[in-house]
Structure formats: C-alpha cells, structure tokens
Design a protein. Structure first.
Length: 403
C-alpha cells in the first residue's frame, strides 16, 4: 500500500502496480506484515490440543485461506472482474466460518482478513455493504463458537475499521492514478501550447523581416550598377534587418520576446517606405498595459506585413484610438490600405491565413477581438483591406488617435 517516495529508482508508488522484482518484494513485505495476526490460529494448531487429523486439516485450510487472500490482494491492481472478486470473498468467508466452527475461537481473526480484502478489492459502492456483512458474519460465528463472545469485542473494531480503511486507501489509489493521468495530459497540452506559441512567434517575426529583406534586395538589384551608393545603403539595411531578425528569433525561442508599439510603428514605417507605399502612421503611442501593448504590436506587425506582401496598395493608414463598448473601455488598432483586398477573418467569407489565425488567437488570449475584411464596397474596385484589433483597457488608460 505504501513504499518509497516517487522519483527514487525502483520505488513502489501508490496507485502503480509493481514493475520490477524490487517493487514486488516491497509490496509483498507490506502485505506480509498483516499476516502477523495469524499467529493466533498458528498457535492454536501447535498448542490447542487438537487431534493430528484436525491439525493437518486445519493447517491445509489455513494455507489455502492465506493463498487465496494473497492472490486476491495481489491481483487487485489488475482490476479483477467484480463477480470474480465476490466469488473469491465468498470462498474466504466460507473457509473462515468452517475453520472457526470446527477449530475454535482463535480462528475468528480470519474474518478480519475477509473484511480487509473486500474493502481493498471491491468498488466503494459494493464494499460499503460487504465490510459490514463480513463483520455481521463474524458476530454470528463468534456467538456460535464456545467462548467466542470473549473474542468478539476485540475483533469487531479491527474488522470494521480495517475494511473501511482499505476502502479509503482504494479511493486514494484511484484518485492518485487519475491525478497522474491528468498531470500527463496537462503536460502534453502545455507542450502543444508552447509549440503553437513558437509557430506564431516565428511566423510573425520571420514573415515581417524576410518580406523587408526581399523588398530591399529587389530595390538594391534595380539600383545596380547605376546607383552603387544607394544600392550599398540598401544592402546595409538588409544586414541590419537580418541581424535584428536573428536577435528576435533568439528572444522568441527563449520566451523573452515582447514587441512594443513604438518599435513596431518604426518598423512599419521603414517597411512601407521600402515597398513604395505612403505610410500614414501615428506619431507616437500612449502608454498601455504590457499585455495590451504586446497584442496590438503583434497585430500591427502582421497587418503591415500583409500590406507589403499582398495588397499592391499605394497608401496605408494606421490609427490607434480609445473607445467604449458595453464591456468597458478598449484600445483599437486599425490598419487600412487601398489595395486589391485580401483574406477575411472573423466574419468574412475567405479563409484566414496562418498569420491572421495566429493573431486572432493572441488577441483572444487577452480578451480581444480581430476583424478583417474589405475596407469598402467591391463594386467600386480596389476597395482595399481593413484590419481592426480591439483589446480591453483598464479604466484609467487613455489613448489619442493618430493618422
């Protein structure tokens, strides 16, 4: 029932069947300790003055009882069929009754083992009846055995308390097994969540940086050989973006990456300008709670990356404002372009890409929402695309708009 603490090699743990020879020996020793109470029947066989035939039959009966009891207890961890357990307990009870009636009151202790084994081997909804039943059979047998009533007071409490104690231990073992399984499930879910986080971070980090590197590389290629100095500046920018991307990836892998709105606004201006898109951005961003700022910064990065890579736009406008909803104050980031439009999410008809899906998950984690879709009617042509990220704010936080 007990053993060495978890984490020790070869230790026997609660709720885990023995897995090696040492664990089987430890469990056997703990179960064997309870056999000490069989000293009364053994002493009666040796000194009780019974005939040789009675001694032989009593010894065989005791050996059979102990063997049946040990098999029942050892196989409990394998979840024996309830009907087989009940049959085994009936055999034990019959042996205890027969031996007590034929050999004397010293054998009444066998009923304690019947009660304990029923509590250990049966579900609680059944053992709550079998334990009192074994105790009642003990009482009836003790009253039928000469001098048995003198032993009855000393056996009733061990029978009841021992049986119900085993019911509690069985419940504890079952709970321990369930907790161990739940812990393994939680660990698996945490690993999956971490992989998802890494996938989002790497997509957002590398998608933005690689898009900027591609644009500047194309621009540098067009400048050569007529404008070598300008091309060299573009190559220097490529080197700087590459180094920063490497730092960002390392920070993301380490779990320390937290983008900021001022940094992302500066990066957005650089990326849009390099792509030949007129950037209409806020001059500065107000102080925001860390989680709110981080979520909006990721939204800005993803939106600007999509504008640069997919929109074909001539102008991109970013606004950062405070608003009020029924649920309370919110910070709202809106990125609008005048390009050809793109995928929709959170209400649109198109299928969202990995970037927008990951961004929606980020915002949901802080109680925010994401909407993205055409900025205007399709029949006007080149309706553009609008992404709006909304995150709850504390009551004392304020924002100004910029455009």
């Amino acid at each position: 029932m007990t053993g060495e603490p978890a984490g020790v090699p070869g230790a026997t743990r609660v709720g885990v069947p023995p897995e090696n020879r040492r664990q089987k020996i430890v469990k056997s020793l703990w179960i064997g300790l309870w056999l000490f109470y069989l000293s009364a029947p053994v002493t009666d066989l040796v000194r009780g003055g019974h005939a040789l035939g009675a001694r032989l039959l009593g010894g065989l009966g005791l050996v059979a009882f102990v063997a049946w009891y040990l098999i029942l207890v050892f196989r409990t961890a394998r979840q024996m069929d309830t009907r087989r357990v009940l049959f085994s307990l009936a055999v034990l009870a019959a042996q205890a009754t027969l031996l007590s009636l034929t050999l004397g009151r010293e054998w009444l202790v066998l009923f304690v083992y019947v009660s304990i084994s029923s509590g250990a081997a049966l579900p609680g909804e059944i053992s709550r009846w079998t334990v009192p039943g074994a105790t009642a059979l003990l009482t009836a047998t003790a009253l039928a055995v000469p001098g048995g009533d003198a032993y009855l007071a000393g056996l009733l409490i061990p029978s009841l308390m021992g049986g119900f104690a085993m019911v509690g231990i069985r419940a504890m073992i079952r709970t321990t097994i369930e907790l161990r399984q739940a812990r393994a499930t939680v660990a698996q879910l945490a690993a999956n969540e971490e992989r998802l986080r890494m996938a989002r971070d790497l997509h957002d980090l590398l998608g933005h940086s690689l898009s900027l590197i591609t644009l500047k590389s194309e621009l540098a290629g067009r400048m050569l050989p007529d404008q070598p100095d300008a091309a060299a500046r573009q190559v220097a920018d490529i080197e700087q973006v590459s180094r920063q991307a490497l730092v960002d990836v390392r920070e993301a892998v380490s779990g320390y990456r937290r983008p900021t709105l001022p940094g992302e606004l500066a990066g957005a201006r650089t990326a849009l300008t390099a792509a030949g898109i007129l950037a209409d951005l806020p001059a500065q961003a107000a102080e925001l709670p860390e989680e709110t700022e981080s979520a909006l910064a990721w939204a800005l990065r993803e939106a600007v990356t999509n504008v640069v890579r997919h929109s074909g736009a001539k102008r991109c406008t970013v606004t950062l404002t405070a608003g009020q909803t029924l649920a309370g104050p919110v910070a709202e980031l809106t990125v609008t372009d005048d390009g050809a439009g793109g995928s929709a999410v959170a209400g649109g008809g198109a299928v969202a890409g990995n970037g927008l899906t990951g961004l929606a998950e980020r915002l949901e984690a802080v109680g925010g929402t994401l909407t993205a879709g055409p900025a205007g009617p399709r029949d006007r042509g080149g309706a553009g695309f609008r992404l709006r990220a909304r995150v709850p704010l504390g009551p004392d936080t304020g924002l100004g708009s910029g455009s």
